[in-house]
Write a protein that binds this ligand. Structure first.
Ligand code: HEM
Length: 480
């Protein structure tokens, strides 16, 4: 054996087995918590959707009032579903990429417990009427410092393996590092500044930055980071262009933080800030295009995998919806278009397209890929996996198209100065379609949960449910 070969063999022997690095049980716990909150959130969404077509089964009961459940719906989705799912995926990806464990497994479990307490107390606080008057920052005031401390601990726990990294700094890790810093800063800005330091239109401007930065500087970087991790692994090839990855990352870093005020165009916020937001939003659309092109360049020549491999199909459906959302955004951010669609259901359609059509699709893809690996058995039913996909992808397409169209009708009826009741009457058919689409999405989730339950039972029968650091054979995920 030559020296060079001997070195490489030695290197290989020194590389720890990633399975011993990952606290798999915690990944499962995070995913289960995420799915629980998704069920709660979707039930809340359905409650409001029924209320809007005058079918509220709990009419007159304060704790079930749609106003409160709207906040539970959005908070449970952002902090319960998406944050928990991302934390689970981070616990899988970061140790595998860095070949180092997180700073402390005990800290990981502590953060898990603390985060669930934060999300649950938020839900209870909101239902009891203790909401803070900040959009997306409705978390009762006393929870804010605890949540911020939790975000700091998350950053420390994951940064420890990243700083010890000896190998290449993968694109995924750039996004994760950025997300740890940005999420902390965004949360602090959005929850403390308008509450204690600024008021009036300044508070509105900060609020606008906060709600958009929460999506762009917390959800987006972790979402893309996961795509940069899972897509090349499943396709077994590198990302198409490193240069485009760099442009995508730095473009997001420079332009995204400035655009949030586009939520409040035509308000007393100074016009130069509003125009600045419009310009930076258009810049972000171009940046987004580079990232989408990069991912299509990566799958080029392997297009069949988007049909045959379910996780890849989830990922690329999300990427297509991402492109559509951003395209939609480049229209809606112009002042001309804003005149028509401001405050209408167009915006609600846009919000669902990005939160469910993009980030939830990616999360479902990650879960579809990881659950069989975590449980040590293949999915109980590939057909149920397919139903989950089609009901979700189809349901969101119908819901988003319906609300976007409904928004245009509402906008025109307001512009024509029709009586308010007239615009409600125009909206009712669109709101009925939303109920049908929402039920389809919920049925899709039900298929997934039932499939998971049966897969779990299979795993128990074959004695494969993981204990900490336990090794198992890698099963084949549905369609993977
Ligand atoms: C069963 C399916 C769902 C139904 C029926 C539903 C329904 C609703 C309704 C009625 C609203 C309030 C709209 C308004 O105030 O006019 C809303 C808001 C919202 N929902 Fe859902 N939803 C569903 C699932 C989801 C999911 C899965 C997500 C995210 C992953 C989500 C994210 C949001 C967001 C971000 C908003 C706030 C929109 C805004 O402020 O513009 N929804 N939803």
């Amino acid at each position: 054996m030559s020296d060079a070969q001997a070195t490489s063999v030695q290197d290989i022997q020194e590389v720890p087995d990633p399975k011993t690095l990952v606290e798999e049980r915690l990944v499962i716990w995070y995913f289960l918590a995420a799915l629980t909150y998704l069920v709660i959130s979707m039930l809340g969404g359905l409650l409001m959707a029924f209320q809007l077509i005058n079918h509220n089964p709990f009419s007159g009961i304060e704790i079930f009032s749609p106003g409160r459940w709207r906040m539970v719906h959005t908070n449970a989705v952002a902090y319960g579903f998406i944050a928990n799912a991302f934390l689970g995926a981070l616990h899988w990806a970061v140790p595998r990429l860095t070949l180092q464990p997180v700073l402390s497994r005990k800290l990981s479990y502590f953060i898990f417990a603390a985060w669930q307490i934060v999300v649950l107390s938020t839900a209870v606080g909101l239902l009891l009427g203790q909401a803070q008057g900040l959009e997306w920052g409705e978390t009762p005031v006393w929870i804010d410092p605890v949540a911020l401390l939790g975000l700091a601990l998350v950053a420390v726990n994951f940064m420890a393996p990243i700083v010890k990294l000896k190998g290449p700094m993968y694109v995924t890790l750039w996004y994760f590092i950025a997300a740890f810093i940005w999420t902390f800063l965004t949360y602090a800005m959005g929850n403390f500044m308008p509450e204690y330091f600024v008021n009036g239109s300044s508070a509105g401007a900060v609020g606008g930055l906060f709600i958009h930065d929460l999506v762009g500087l917390f959800v987006t970087p972790i979402g893309w980071g996961l795509m940069y991790y899972f897509v090349p692994i499943i396709l077994k090839k590198p990302i198409w262009s490193h240069a485009l990855s760099i442009i995508g990352f730095w473009g997001l870093a420079f332009f995204y933080p400035l655009q949030g005020i586009h939520h409040f165009l035509y308000t007393p916020i100074p016009m130069f800030l509003q125009y600045g937001a419009v310009i930076s939003t258009i810049a972000v659309e171009l940046v987004v295009l580079t990232v989408v092109i990069n991912f299509f360049g990566t799958i080029w020549g392997d297009g069949r995998k988007a049909v045959e491999n379910l996780p890849i199909r989830w990922f690329y459906t999300g990427i297509v919806y991402y492109f559509l959302t951003c395209l939609q955004c480049s229209f809606q951010v112009t002042m001309t278009f804003q005149k028509l669609i401001h405050f209408t259901d167009w915006v609600v359609g846009h919000a669902h397209l990005v939160m469910f059509g993009v980030f939830s699709m990616w999360i479902f893809g990650v879960m579809t890929y990881l659950f069989p690996r975590l449980l040590g058995v293949a999915w109980y039913s590939k057909r149920l996996c397919q139903w989950h996909y089609w009901l979700s992808a189809g349901g969101i397409l119908v819901m988003a198209t319906d609300l976007i169209l409904g928004g245009i009708f509402q906008g025109y009826s307001w512009a024509a100065l029709f009586p308010w009741e007239e615009s409600i009457a125009i909206s009712i058919p669109f709101w009925m379609v939303r109920v049908v689409a929402g039920l389809a999405m919920f049925l899709g989730l039900f298929c997934f949960l039932f499939n998971l339950l049966m897969t779990w039972r299979l795993a128990l029968k074959t004695n494969a449910v993981p204990k900490t650091g336990q090794h198992r054979a890698e099963p084949v995920a549905a369609g993977a």
